[in-house]
Design a protein around this ligand. Structure first.
Ligand code: AMP
Ligand code: MG
Length: 347
């Protein structure tokens, strides 16, 4: 959740076949910034007035959620973390409750690989800033933090009353909140009568309905280039979430240090470069893509199963592609991937 947009869009909405009369289509597109990324709304089959109203409503919802859940700028999350550090039970802001409850469930189901309780670790690595860090933190500081084992199970939520049994817990919902916000945007669209649409928030996207009788087609970015690696067609109501080591990273002594942490080691997760998950709700897809990235190729299928996710793709650091059987049936590669994908010279 950044306040500026340093990242490129990870999921590319592919336009329809060449020659379609795009200008005559009732297609409306809007863009704005939130959660540190470009949010793109695509609406089909409604008039301009309704499209404008829906856009205004969703943009203001996003602005509110962006402030509430921002990890380092004043809002409900920063206030929650201040109270957690104080160590006493307190009344948590209402907007935090669904994030905490859902994340506890998803964290447990992913063996703690998705762990929003590691806010201090993400901060220690320097990712709680609009600017990227220049070098890794002191290894001793990492070891000391990890030894305290902050986990979502350290939080007791009783109604609105929240208590942390471990003072090392600081919340960072950046791996989940964007997907959750995408789901709320789709709710808002439906409330207003928009039934064919895409909400794309960088790496997290949900598409409902269709585009003039044709399914929406979504592109998945090549993790080491700007082109499209693969595409999927969405019949009706499905989310696509990608977590990648190219989204936020810095280079130090020729090594890439990215923003997806392995909570077991305190270091950026090794082995994966990108994970894409298809699932009905964007919130779960978001948490799952982060968890499966950390899981790596060995644990990928087992953790996906525990999360109830059956469509997932992992690309490892050698360019090898792992697909669950249901994902294999859905994905269409846009480049030749026999023998893996070229990773290029960048480490
Ligand atoms: P995503 O791009 O959805 O995979 O989310 C990555 C962001 O979530 C990072 O920028 C961190 O703020 C936070 N994060 C990093 N590692 C984890 C993890 N293992 N579990 C939960 N959140 C994480
Ligand atoms: Mg995520």
């Amino acid at each position: 959740m950044r306040s500026v947009a340093p990242v490129s869009i990870l999921l590319v909405f592919l336009s329809g076949p060449a020659g379609c009369a795009a200008r005559k289509e009732p297609l409306h597109e809007f863009q704005f910034l939130a959660f540190g990324t470009l949010i793109e709304l695509t609406l089909w089959g409604v008039d301009r007035d309704l499209a404008e109203r829906a856009y205004q409503a969703v943009e203001s919802d996003f602005a509110r959620m962006h402030t509430e859940w921002h990890p380092w700028q004043p809002g409900a999350l920063v206030e929650t973390n201040r109270q957690l550090a104080a160590g006493k039970p307190f009344l948590v802001p209402h907007s935090m409750i669904p994030l905490i409850e859902n994340s506890q469930r998803l964290s447990l189901a992913s063996q703690g690989l998705f762990n929003p309780a590691i806010g201090r670790l993400v901060e220690l690595w320097g990712f709680h800033s609009d600017d990227l860090p220049a070098k890794p933190p002191d290894p001793e500081a990492i070891t000391a933090l990890i030894a305290q084992r902050p986990a979502m199970t350290d939080l007791d939520l009783d109604g609105q009353r929240l208590h942390a049994t471990n003072p090392a817990v600081q919340l960072d919902f950046s791996a989940y909140a964007k997907g959750y916000a995408v789901d709320r945007a789709i709710d808002r669209f439906r409330e207003l009568g928009v039934t064919n649409a895409i909400v794309n928030a960088g790496g997290d996207l949900r598409a409902i309905g269709h585009r003039g009788g044709r399914p929406w087609r979504i592109g998945i970015r090549h993790p080491r280039g700007s082109g499209v690696l693969a595409s999927v067609e969405i019949e009706d109501d499905e989310s696509v979430s990608t977590s990648g080591d190219y989204e936020r990273f810095f280079m130090y002594n020729g090594r890439r240090y990215h923003h997806i942490m392995d909570p077991r080691t305190g270091y950026p997760a090794t082995g994966s470069v990108a994970v894409t998950v298809l699932y009905r709700e964007a919130a779960t897809a978001d948490a799952a893509s982060t968890a499966l990235f950390v899981a790596g190729s060995d644990l990928f299928e087992a953790v996906a199963r525990d999360l109830g996710v059956d469509r997932a793709m992992l690309i490892d650091s050698a360019g090898k592609i792992y697909l669950t059987p249901s994902m294999r049936a859905r994905v269409r590669f846009e480049i030749d991937v026999a023998g893996g994908i070229p990773m290029g010279p960048s480490p």
